[in-house]
Design a binder for this molecule. Structure first.
Ligand SMILES: *Cc1c(COP(=O)(O)O)cnc(C)c1O
Length: 218
């Protein structure tokens, strides 16, 4: 199947899920070849995510017309290389990183705060209870705008557990959104990957990050 066909299939599935919110499909091309990436652009899918700084920079130079999302942990020392070349950052998870972004950014950076809802030791992100305080602490950094929250569901085949994770993030987003922080409108929810995007959309996802099912080998 071509990327175009896979996208059409996914869009059809999304339409069958009851949801009031608009959903942006982000193609996660971290494992995709350059050939596949060019198919993605032609499909067209113009929201693209990478988790490695070098690969993002190289590809962003070739396709500046796309909207570029950086996902995955960002080392503080790499901030200055990449931060002014992306449209969205999905992994803001610590004060030291916020401070470095403030120092290196020459525009306002649209960030998702990453939350480790499931509290798995292998995952990055703030605990649910830490998020409000974190958002208040970064108010002083005027180069950071918190546009939403991001999470990854736990590794499990138990749909109820996955749903609970997404529902928790959604409630936290509502809470922050309603607080009306000028630096943190927090209107978006980046959650849902190939295996669980149906559940994520039902729970309010506005941005789903699809690797395997959209651009992976099949
Ligand atoms: C790799 C990755 C994805 C895509 O995962 P798939 O299961 O292949 O869809 C989404 N989000 C993050 C943060 C990733 O690292």
């Amino acid at each position: 199947m071509t990327i175009k066909q896979r996208l059409a299939d996914i869009q059809q599935q999304i339409q069958q899920i009851p949801h009031p919110q608009e959903v942006t499909v982000i193609a996660v091309t971290k494992y995709a070849s350059d050939e596949v990436l060019s198919e993605v652009i032609d499909a067209p899918i113009l929201n693209i995510a990478e988790n490695r700084v070098d690969q993002l920079l190289e590809r962003q130079t070739r396709y500046p017309q796309a909207t570029w999302h950086l996902i995955g942990t960002l080392q503080t020392r790499k901030v200055k290389q990449v931060i002014n070349h992306i449209d969205y950052f999905h992994a803001l998870d610590r004060l030291s990183l916020a401070k470095e972004i403030q120092k290196r950014a020459n525009k306002v950076i649209q960030c998702f705060v990453q939350v480790n809802v499931s509290q798995e030791a292998t995952k990055h992100g703030l605990a649910v209870e830490e998020v409000v305080q974190f958002i208040e602490e970064i108010q002083k950094y005027d180069r950071i705008k918190v546009v939403g929250l991001m999470t990854m569901a736990p590794h499990t085949s138990n749909d109820a557990v996955i749903r609970q994770c997404f529902a928790t993030l959604s409630a936290l987003r509502d809470h922050i959104h309603q607080a009306n922080y000028s630096h943190a409108p927090c209107q978006y929810l980046s959650m849902g990957m190939s295996q669980d995007y149906h559940i994520a959309i039902e729970e309010g996802a506005t941005h789903i990050r699809l690797g395997t099912t959209l651009v992976g080998p099949q």
